[in-house]
Design a protein around this ligand. Structure first.
Ligand code: OX2
Length: 797
């Protein structure tokens, strides 16, 4: 597409789709017009992919996830369709600022963190690889809350990305699926009819997901809940206005908000209803699509693979059995076999508090037939394995992890260490019964968004050196290794990083009124705020460092900017205290004339995908400091590595694999191993001992206690200091000394800029394996048993 064709397309949509005259068009109108013009380019390719999938009777992958953290879509679409030049030139001709349009797009935050972002990267990689696939999620009216700070405290406000038209979706009123809850069951022999007492409708909204060079397009289908019976006109006419609207309001609440929990199990009825709503609509849609092509349900595992993203859609097993057995008349055992061979389950966490359970009473009331089927599935599983002690329904609860495991042919962990720990902890008994079921698929991230799009300076330097093959064969990044030996090239690598840091410094100055030195170490910890991720370990080290600088302000310190980003679950008081402490520290330290040249603390609010795209390219140091054994994988760690940040980290999650690939000498390792953590935790008084043995740690804790950071309320952080001194389940104190040592190694390494740049470039060169393309290929081979389709011709540049 030429620039002038693009310009005409934009103007056409401005006038005929948006009904706006160019003379009065605002940023929003131009952005929408551009989005529609770009979307037009995608649609034919998307259709072509669908046509081929049907014509060739290909197996489909269905990715069921309660979260898709997709972020903004415009730049992604422009880049993958290779329309950047045409768009730039067209907008120049129209005198419209491209960056202003990009910033105007709402950030679709239909997820909490890594789990949801992984789903989004997977959608993009599936499209890039030409794998016929469909993502199923919920079209939350309000995504993850918007975070702001008031006096340093986190304040949550509703996020409303849908208050404007969503440019990328197509509404499918004809794809409307009935969903029931409650009611009673009438058993007829082994089978049953379920008569729900409450009904609503799931309506589909489709967003095309286009792969690199437009070679393939898949669909992200998001369900919106709608009332089965609309508005009650009779009541309205009687003047009962509120009651007339009530059924509608109730039905719509199901897709109203995303639960803002990352790792806490939410024992809320509405959450269970959301899960069933999402899963039942998706399963019914999958069956409908299957039956439009085939008439033998026994073929289902050959033609469809259903991946459930954590346990949230784990009711898929019983629901599929219910359809096959109760509705289609298939023998029960055969139905379980078919369901199991179709479904596979990804586990993302070992934290006990995050493993979902539902009380049998609630489950029995909302899903009476499913409750019966779960008992029969347990019964069959006991007979199959000759054991009595592993049940999904146990101790008055339904354990969704066990249910997911029993109803899947493969269960996967998300990093090598996590998968091994699964076998010895959460799924120990199940693993002994089914030793071939657990497999590993180490996570990955899409290099299109997380390098090509977010870091154009580095991306073009790489492409200039080795061509653009790395974009869809990220392992090719290793071809830059020979360039790393060339001092001139390394200077350019360092210059690209520096320029990104200058951009970020300017943004921080403009938006937060904090001046930071672009030559300082940009030390970044961005992720959900949680004790296991240990932002407080970082904060304590920051305090200790600040104190040492104050002791001796002229000792030639290596300047640092500590950058934090992340949201705390609204009910997680401890995590919110950590946020406030960081902000209180920032206030005190940034205005300290003795230290502020050397140390700044910056916590931009509302961390989301777009902010990640801004921060990550500017990072020198990536903080991956979770208690070993607790972070299943991490994916931010991969994005930062790819963008040339060196990691300071524990042997946890994918850090282990990152370190192996980039080389131990290019990684700052510290802390106990998962095994050591378990042993140390068993020792009484471990925290007190660690504090007694490290005067820096003791002094940092004392500073918090003294109220230096909260003079108006000295006891503000009592719960943090008390917890760390006496309990410290996440081993902050026991890992502090080694963390301090590693941080000083970082300082020393940074004083040799050439060697630092070399290490950083080697991180980029060796991070290609962490592409989600590699991960998806792994799922295709080991779990889905499916091939990619021959792709549509490349979109020309
Ligand atoms: C996250 C995990 O905490 C993180 O380690 C992992 O990288 C990510 O999932 C993607 O696999 N909710 N979020 C996660 O797990 C749960 C549960």
């Amino acid at each position: 597409m030429t620039a002038s064709e693009m310009k005409n397309a934009i103007l056409h949509h401005l006038v005929y789709t948006l009904g706006k005259d160019a003379a009065h068009a605002k940023t929003y109108d131009w952005r929408m017009a551009l989005s529609f013009a770009v979307r037009d380019q995608i649609v034919d390719r998307w259709f072509e992919a669908t046509r081929r999938t049907y014509a060739e009777h290909r197996k489909r992958v269905y990715y069921l996830s309660l979260e898709f953290l997709i972020g903004r879509l415009l730049k992604d679409a422009v880049i993958n369709m290779r329309l950047e030049e045409a768009v730039q030139d067209a907008l120049d001709a129209l005198k419209i600022d491209w960056h202003e349009l990009l910033e105007d797009e709402p950030d679709a935050a239909l997820g909490n963190g890594g789990l949801g972002r992984l789903a989004a990267c997977f959608m993009e990689s599936q499209a890039t690889l030409g794998l016929p696939a469909m993502g199923y999620g919920i079209r939350y009216e309000h995504g993850l809350f918007r975070q702001s700070f008031e006096d340093g405290r986190q304040v949550e406000e509703p996020e409303d990305w849908l208050s404007q038209t969503h440019a990328w979706e197509f509404v499918r009123p004809e794809v409307a699926i009935d969903i029931g809850f409650g009611g009673h069951v009438q058993e007829i022999g082994s089978r049953a009819n379920w008569y729900p007492s409450e009904m609503l409708i799931a309506m589909a909204h489709d967003t095309p997901v286009i792969g690199w060079k437009g070679r393939w397009g898949n669909t992200l289908r998001l369900w919106e809940s709608r009332p089965m019976h609309g508005f009650d006109l009779a009541r309205f006419n009687r003047g009962d206005y509120a009651a007339a609207a009530e059924p509608e309001a109730l039905a719509r609440t199901l897709s109203r908000v995303l639960y803002p929990d990352d790792h806490t199990e939410q024992g809320k009825e509405l959450r269970l209803k959301q899960e069933f709503f999402h899963t039942a609509a998706s399963i019914r849609d999958i069956i409908r699509r299957f039956e439009s092509e085939y008439d033998d349900l026994k073929l289902l595992p050959k033609k469809a693979a259903i991946q459930i993203n954590d346990t949230h859609p784990a009711i898929a097993g019983p629901e599929l059995v219910r359809i096959l057995h109760d509705e289609r008349g298939m023998d029960f055992e055969e139905a379980v076999g078919i369901a199991r061979n179709t479904i596979s389950y990804t586990n993302h966490t070992l934290l006990p508090e995050a493993l979902e359970t539902w009380g049998e009473a609630r489950m029995g009331r909302l899903l009476p037939r499913h409750m019966q089927l779960i008992d029969r599935i347990d019964d069959l599983h006991r007979r199959e394995t000759g054991t009595g002690h592993v049940n999904a329904h146990q101790d008055g609860k339904v354990h969704m992890g066990t249910l997911g495991f029993i109803m899947a042919h493969k269960v996967n962990g998300v990093a090598a260490l996590h998968t091994e720990l699964q076998k010895t902890t959460v799924f120990k008994d199940l693993h002994e019964l089914h030793p071939d079921r657990i497999v590993n698929q180490t996570n990955g991230v899409t290099p299109r968004r997380w390098l090509l799009s977010c870091n154009p300076r580095l991306a073009s330097l790489i492409t200039e050196g080795i061509g653009d093959g790395w974009v869809d064969h990220a392992e090719d990044l290793e071809k830059i290794e020979p360039l790393v030996a060339d001092p001139a090239w390394l200077d350019r690598y360092a210059a690209a990083k520096k320029a990104n840091k200058v951009d970020l410094s300017n943004w921080i100055a403009e938006t937060m009124e904090i001046g930071v030195d672009p030559d300082a170490i940009f030390d970044i910890q961005v992720k959900r705020i949680h004790e296991y991720k240990r932002q407080h370990l970082n904060l304590l080290e920051t305090i200790a460092h600040w104190q040492e600088i104050r002791d001796n302000p002229n000792a030639g310190w290596v300047p640092r900017v500590k950058i934090f980003g992340g949201k705390a679950f609204p009910n997680y008081i401890y995590a919110k205290d950590m946020v406030r402490l960081a902000n209180d520290m920032a206030r005190v330290m940034n205005s300290d004339p003795l230290t502020s040249r050397y140390l700044k603390v910056v916590f931009p609010p509302n961390y989301n995908v777009s902010l990640a795209e801004r921060l990550i390219p500017a990072a020198d140091l990536s903080e991956q400091i979770s208690t070993a054994g607790k972070e299943a994988s991490g994916t931010g760690n991969m994005k930062l590595t790819l963008n040339g940040a060196l990691t300071i980290g524990t042997l946890d999650g994918a850090n282990v694999e990152i370190r192996e690939l980039v080389g131990a000498e290019n990684f700052f390792l510290f802390g106990m191993t998962a095994e050591e953590v378990m042993a140390r935790r068993a020792e009484a008084g471990h925290a007190a001992r660690a504090i007694a043995e490290d005067h820096r740690l003791a002094r940092a804790l004392e500073a918090i206690r003294s109220g230096i950071f909260s003079p108006d309320e000295p006891g503000r952080y009592h719960s943090i200091t008390e917890n760390l001194s006496h309990h410290d389940y996440f081993m902050v104190c026991s890992d502090f000394t080694d963390y301090w040592r590693a941080q000083r190694e970082v300082d020393t390494a940074f004083t040799d800029p050439k060697d630092w740049a070399r290490k950083a470039a080697l991180n980029t060169a060796r991070a290609g394996w962490f592409s989600s393309d590699r991960t998806i290929r792994g799922y295709m081979k080991d779990i889905w048993h499916t091939d990619a389709a021959p792709q549509v011709a490349d979109a020309a540049e």
